[in-house]
Write a protein that binds this ligand. Structure first.
Ligand SMILES: [Zn+2]
Length: 494
């Protein structure tokens, strides 16, 4: 009886996951190879599939199976699945059909208008629609859990059981560490632009192949294709990563392949025995970012790896031949405050995220209004990075997230850094000579460590608990700060 009801639930939830997986692949196709006039047709296909998936999830059948399974004597693993499935069900059923429709509509209206407002660099154009959207997002948070602060409810959607108070603690240490390091490197002459040279797309594709091979990505279970804004999707035996080749900026695709491959490896290594169950999924957005950033920054931008890789890069793309190894390494690791988050270096990137977190939390606490966003943004940019923002396009309009209704999402980018710094020192205890291994082009043990300790854990734990399981401690930003200081202290001889 136990097995019967639980298995029925498991099979039912597997089909919902398969629908989600199919939508992911259709979305991938839309952003890679679909002919441009296929948009409407694809939108209809996706709307139909998401409708079917929603109906199945909120159905009487799901409710019954969840209820009956709850009364069974389950194993701890089955209990974990049940808890996560219940969470999915609750999130989908607590919102009224009316609110979901309004939100979906308002998201696309605001996002479309954001594109125009950004092109004209005029926040006022989109302010009214953004106010409506933020109002609906607040309604959404209250509907999901009226007993918790709104911002905590939103954060939980992306990072289960991580609260504003926890993030405030992590980010205050992170901010202090970054500001201190920034102070020390402020007057050092850096030239990241020496790597902005013309390299043909064909050669850049060969560089991508070099990375895929170096990381030992299984090519029969994954693909690399081109898109405008790189992303990763897929599941189990079919993972799709993407990149964007810019002829005058070859390192952009080089590191986006590293980054997306980090996401891809996580997806490929998820525990096979739990496939198509809740536990067989990744833990959270933040843990996902920890993996992509580990592979991109801790491995890919590591000076010892670069010393090994640069001769190979030069073989593939002789355009780099004139650049000295030391200058190459320094250019990859140049700390140079920029206005735009996505172009930021490994260190100042954190400040871009903390700025957005501070604004979001004040917005949901009612301390600032939507109309004040540009002013608050510009003041904080000046305070954090000493940069003067001249217009909205390079300020508050630069990222799509808020205008697409994704509030509470930004912190995950910096949480990823905090997690991976901490993971690094746990790994170092097991692989003390990891740098020596990397210097001869061997990342096997490092990647195995990530596989066993992070990827294979699936969604067995909430993010903070997973970090504790791996490192023995709850998340703590001091490790990432230590990593930054050690790495850049060596590069800049501080
Ligand atoms: Zn990412």
């Amino acid at each position: 009886m136990v097995e019967n009801i639980y298995n029925q639930l498991s099979e039912h939830m597997k089909e919902i996951m398969l629908l989600g997986n199919a939508m992911g692949i259709l979305g991938w196709d839309m952003r890679t190879y679909m002919p441009s006039e296929g948009t409407m047709q694809r939108a209809q296909q996706l709307a139909l599939l998401s409708g079917i998936s929603h109906e199945r999830l909120v159905s009487e059948k799901t409710a019954n199976l969840l209820k009956k399974s709850g009364a069974l004597d389950l194993t701890s693993l089955q209990k974990r699945n049940l808890e996560l499935w219940q969470r999915d069900y609750d999130q989908e059923t607590k919102l009224s059909v009316d609110l979901v429709k309004k939100l979906t509509m308002q998201r696309s209206i605001t996002e479309k208008l954001w594109e125009k407002a950004k092109a004209k660099s005029d926040f006022k154009m989109v302010q009214g629609e953004l106010e409506k959207l933020v109002g609906l997002v607040k309604e959404q948070a209250t509907a999901l859990n009226p007993d918790k602060p709104m911002y905590d409810v939103l954060l939980d959607l992306y990072e289960k059981n991580i609260t504003e108070a926890m993030i405030r603690t992590y980010f205050s240490e992170l901010k202090k560490g970054v500001m201190k390091l920034l102070e020390k490197t402020r007057n050092i002459e850096l030239n990241p632009d020496i790597l902005k040279i013309h390299v043909s797309v064909a050669k850049q594709k060969d560089l991508s192949k070099f990375i895929i091979k170096f990381l030992d990505m299984p090519t029969k279970r994954s693909r690399l294709d081109e898109t405008a804004h790189p992303f990763t999707t897929g599941y189990a035996d079919d993972i799709r990563i993407t990149t964007n080749y810019l002829e005058k900026e070859p390192m952009a695709s080089f590191y986006s392949v590293f980054h997306e491959a980090g996401h891809g490896l996580y997806g490929l290594n998820l525990p096979k025995e739990h496939r198509w169950t809740a536990v067989g999924q990744s833990t959270s957005m933040g843990i996902h970012e920890s993996q992509s950033r580990f592979v991109e920054n801790i491995i890919g931008k590591n000076p010892v790896f670069l010393e090994y890789a640069i001769p190979k890069i030069k073989e593939i793309a002789p355009e780099f031949k004139k650049i000295e190894t030391k200058d190459f390494i320094n250019a990859v690791n140049a700390i140079t405050p920029s206005k735009i988050r996505i172009y930021a270096d490994e260190v100042t990137y954190n400040l871009h995220v903390i700025l957005r977190f501070e604004i979001e939390r004040e917005l949901f606490a009612g301390k600032i209004s939507v109309g004040e966003l540009p002013q608050v943004w510009n003041t904080k940019m000046e305070e954090f990075l000493g940069i003067e923002i001249k217009d909205d396009a390079e300020g508050v309009l630069q990222d799509v997230h808020w205008y697409g209704g994704n509030l509470g999402y930004f912190p995950d980018y910096a949480l990823g850094n905090i997690y991976n710094g901490q993971m690094l020192y746990a790994m170092e205890k097991k692989i003390p000579d990891w740098n020596d291994q990397l210097s001869i082009g061997n990342a096997t043990n490092i990647l195995n460590w990530l596989d066993i300790n992070v990827h294979k854990k699936g969604f067995l734990y909430d993010p903070a608990d997973l970090v504790k399981e791996i490192t023995g401690e709850l998340p703590d930003a001091k490790y990432f700060v230590k990593y930054m200081n050690e790495k850049f202290g060596k590069i800049y001889k501080l």
